[in-house]
Design a protein around this ligand. Sequence first.
Ligand SMILES: [Zn+2]
Length: 581
Amino acid sequence: MRAQKWLMTILATGLAGATPALSQTIYPINRAEILEGSRFDFKVEFPNAPTSADVKVTINGKPAADIFGKPTAFTQNEEGQKHSALWLRGATLPAGNYVVEATQGANKATVKWEVFATAQPRRAKNVILFIGDGMSVAHRTAARIMSKGWEEGRFNGELAIDDMPNMALISTSGSDSIVTDSANSAHAYTTGHKSCVNALGVYCAKNALTLDHPKVETISEVIKRRSKMTIGVVTNAEIEDATPAAMVAHTRRRSDYNDIVKMFYDVKPDVIMGGGSPNFLPKTTPGSKRTDDLDFIAQFKAAGYTIATTKTEMNAAAASGTKKLLGLYNTSNVDGAFDLRLAKKGSVAKFPDQPDVAEQTRAAIDMLKSNEDGFFLMVESGRIDKYSHSLDWERAVFDTIMLDNAVKIAKDFAGERNDTLIIVVPDHTHAVSLVGTYDDERPGQLLRDKLGTYADSKAPNYGPLDADGYPTNVNTSRRLAVVFGTYPDTCDTGRPFMDGERVPALKSADGKTNVANEADCTGPLATRKAGNLPFDANSGVHSGDDGILTAMGPGAEKFRGHKPNTYVFRVMAEALALGGE
Ligand SMILES: [Zn+2]
């Protein structure tokens, strides 16, 4: 009892000390790792709108302006939000350890930063960063079974994404939450900073406008400012979507698509490919999603870019020595491998000549590789994530095989050069697992009767592989059982969705919740499941599980054990020696 009272006192004191009612907030946040010479916005927010005379900000005991060598600006009662703000936009620092203190009356907030240098000489000529959006262990294992085959406990081959000398577990949390989204997780790779859900290239301060938040420089901007390297951004999602946008964008809100197009134009990566054409067209053009009269197709053309809208045009551009390409192959996402090859659903009829991610990767490398100063290429297989949200695992695994084919192209390019760092990593994971096989021959009428676990989890009998390693038939009598751990009210069918991407749930009649998609609830094995997610969810959600990173080439040896996602930026920056003024 006495011990308990003592413990209570300690806890109460500790909590009171750790969380003052109102505290000043410093950006970059505590434990930030900052590339030497990279630009960032320094901001301190003081609650209750004090005057400048009431506050003090020091770095390593000196006035902040002295350390930065530039004056700071003070705004009392910023935006009428009852806080005051001290700003320095575009700050830089030499390498070292920094302690930042913001004092306001009796309150003092303290953060520590590490500003890191990068050793010379530069170790990598090229860096290729592959992001399998949402790619989890089960996606990899299912892709290996489907694409390489399995007999007597052994696989009949290795995936290119697995067959790399270095590996690490990557944790993906944002600064505000255990489970991240694709914006701030990709931002961690492209800036080295932790930020919050939905943010790209900014910290999440109190600013009212999404573009006003404190910025940090992206790797594309550092590369363009400090080197003559070329840059490629390749995805099969919309080019404005979170992962590709993280290469160029600075916004608190990832859905600022029209602003993100302008940011692509400002940074001008040399090769830009994906879907999402409507945000490039002026509002007067039918189908445009812009709210202004800007024509970014015309602007990119004027800046020397070749425009491609089909695979044929992309390949023709690559073959003719094009160095700058804007390829937009769909008004929305580019169709995934399952629809491009097998089901022919999605928007394949409307856009019959779309490249897949492997074909885009080959063309991008062809266009970038002639630069003697090297290139940085980010390639995203973006629909592994989207199909996992819709609980459509066959489509997600086909796009994992597609990523694998893209990585194989990069590995063939890197070959014996030993000057190209290749990294393959998800931005986050999904709650997805391989638990056995569904076998139509098993007795019983229910889907769970058909599920073979342990000794009954026999090899699937998918159709023969095509030349690119995809099974030519997956709607067979014995199929992998890949299940999701998070779902809305839904119906499982135990079969692939040959008529189009799965829609697990629909809005209820009163619009207040989401209910199972009844179209999936009437088949012979259809199984109704009560959702385990909040009622506003109409699809699966991301998980906070670590992702698997594999890597090869100069710098890859640094990947081992567990690392935070920001470490990926650090390894790339070090391999390219991007630090310094
Ligand atoms: Zn997602």
